[in-house]
Write a protein of this length. Structure first.
Length: 191
């Protein structure tokens, strides 16, 4: 029997769009804090990182709607229960991180003693979280929030690598349809 069950177009588009944005955010985040860059370049990278973060935060509800409206295809029955639970846990983590990381970055910017505005893609001023920006003791909170944001970024990068590795394992070693179901423009290969 040929099974061609795959994700609907909207979830596929949202998956790859968010994947590109999250990978860009991780790469830009690492570049802006780890590389010795001229201050103007570093400033532009910070603004771009914040812009992409807000974009991710705004797109996640659409991604969750697409996932709820277009039910994802069931995993192949050949996948053992612990691996299925790991896949579910990975997805929950990724969705949570796509909400919590931008919120944490927004909180960090709002708590920053530098009080630098966020200008999304150089066009729209994004406000600080007013109750955080107005705290008298915001300096106390900045470092812990910054630490959590950095640690969360590393955790997100690690889980993203795990997610990609699992998809490639299914494609090249297990040879099932798991990766094919999410690839745009391709039909799932027969099982």
């Amino acid at each position: 029997m040929i099974k061609t069950i795959r994700y609907a177009n909207l979830p596929i588009i949202m998956h790859w769009l968010l994947a590109v944005l999250v990978l860009a955010m991780i790469g830009i985040g690492l570049s802006m804090v780890e590389l010795d860059l001229p201050p103007a370049t570093k400033f532009r990278l910070f603004q771009l990182h914040k812009s992409i973060g807000i974009m991710v935060l705004l797109l996640v509800p659409l991604r969750l709607f697409a996932r709820a409206y277009y039910r994802p295809p069931a995993l192949p029955r050949s996948i053992p229960g612990p691996e299925q639970r790991a896949a579910v846990a990975t997805h929950i983590f990724l969705y949570g991180a796509m909400v919590l990381m931008p919120l944490g970055g927004w909180a960090m910017v709002s708590l920053s003693p530098r009080n630098i505005p966020t200008v999304l893609f150089g066009l729209v001023v994004w406000p600080h979280i007013s109750w955080l920006a107005d705290l008298e003791s915001k300096a106390i909170w900045f470092e812990p929030v910054e630490f959590l944001h950095r640690a969360g970024g590393w955790a997100l990068a690690a889980v993203a690598v795990l997610h990609v590795a699992a998809a490639l394992r299914h494609h090249f070693f297990i040879k099932d349809n798991v990766l094919w179901r999410m690839l745009p423009f391709w039909r799932a290969r027969p099982e």
